[in-house]
Design a protein around this ligand. Structure first.
Ligand code: UDP
Length: 358
């Protein structure tokens, strides 16, 4: 059984790491194609070394262009890689341009696609991620959904039956695996002189926030008006927009380079509150039971809002954000619910693919 995994962005390295491990146990021959969407040392390489990901079989080094340029070049590169091995399956993750490119390249060669994190919806078609995930789901032969809500979203679009499997969330598997290990190997709190529960962790990278001057200004102003120290690992896109817009960073904001996964886990686990527009970080906040503010108009992870762990605030004005941060500090969420499965999503995915010659 040959599976070609197409990944290219930071969250995909995190998700794929646990599935790669299970492929080894299940005797699946895995070929990783890295599109190059994220390429810096701390956006890519560190995840391969820290999380035990298999070295990419092909690295396409495609990045830095527009969505259309990147996706087109990726399709071409992935197609050529697929023609060399003709795998039984192509496995894609999440909702990036790499996900869509892997899907299109595969289905045009009649290679079936399996999609991890299938069925998520923001119902906001102006997000590039929403387009990528909808198109990928509709072209996939196997849909691995993390939650019941995701399965129901697919059903509403006419995708159901044996092709849809609710396996749980691979990011929960990753959190279980590395949650305690991070405490042993990461020294980030000492390095940044941070006391547990005495800082806010913030991550901002969604295009709708970074590329819109008024939103980005609003977010930085809201962070600056907090009485807490803010730790902000800066995504490359956010960094370049801050420079382009000539925005200054407030004094209480500690801007750092993107960190590796284990350092990130430590920062998340010990934060008083997490403020983010990331999909993955919202869930990790919940895994470590840290209240989260999501700076968007909506979230794909509605269960976190319903369970009281997440508040969605659209960054259009400062006051609602600062209010939400203050309220979050004393908000107790539901401690018993487990909407993301049993922590064995990766194993279920590997077994399902291992036993199917499509
Ligand atoms: N992450 C990390 N270092 C950072 C910021 C994020 O390791 O400096 C991890 C984070 O813990 C999560 C993943 O990257 O596992 C989320 O990626 P991102 O926010 O870029 O994408 P999204 O989840 O929004 O697709």
């Amino acid at each position: 059984m040959k599976v070609c995994t197409v990944i290219g962005a930071r969250p995909q390295f995190v998700k794929a790491s646990v599935v790669t491990e299970q492929f080894m146990h299940a005797g699946v021959e895995e070929y990783i194609v890295h599109t190059g969407q994220h390429f810096d040392k701390n956006m890519s390489n560190i995840f391969f070394s820290e999380l035990g990901l298999r070295k990419p079989w092909r690295h396409l080094a495609i990045g830095g262009g527009s969505h259309g340029q990147n996706t087109g070049r990726m399709i071409e590169g992935i197609e050529s890689a697929l023609l060399d091995i003709m795998p039984d399956w192509v496995l894609v993750y999440g909702d990036t341009d790499s996900t869509l490119a892997g899907t299109i390249a595969a289905v045009k060669l009649h290679i079936p696609v399996a999609h991890v994190e299938a069925g998520l919806r923001s119902y906001n078609r102006s997000m590039p991620e929403e387009i990528n995930r909808v198109l990928t789901d509709h072209a996939s032969a196997l849909l691995f959904s993390p939650t019941l809500a995701a399965v129901e979203n697919l059903q509403r679009e006419g995708i159901s039956g044996e092709s849809v499997l609710r396996v749980g969330d691979v990011m929960y598997d990753v959190a279980l695996k590395y949650g305690s290990q991070a405490g042993e190997s990461s020294r980030i709190l000492q390095h940044l002189k941070l006391l547990p529960a005495h800082y806010i962790l913030a991550t901002i990278h969604r295009q709708e926030n970074t590329d819109d001057l008024s939103r980005l200004k609003c977010i930085l102003e809201a962070l600056s008006s907090s009485s807490e120290k803010i730790v902000l690992p800066l995504h490359p896109r956010t960094k370049s927009r801050i420079q382009e817009f000539q925005l200054s960073l407030p004094d209480n904001v500690m801007c750092i380079e993107p960190v590796g996964y284990l350092d990130m886990v430590m920062l998340e686990k010990n934060a008083a509150v997490i403020v983010t527009d990331s999909g993955g970080v919202q869930k990790e906040a919940f895994f470590y039971r840290v209240p989260c503010i999501t700076l968007r108009a909506e979230t794909e992870w509605r269960e976190l809002v319903e369970l009281g762990w997440n508040t969605v605030v659209e960054p259009k004005s400062v006051e609602p954000i600062t209010k939400a941060i203050e309220e979050a500090k004393s908000r107790p969420g539901n401690l018993t619910a487990r909407p993301f499965g049993d922590g064995n999503a990766a194993s279920l995915i590997a077994k399902r693919l291992a036993c199917s010659c499509n």
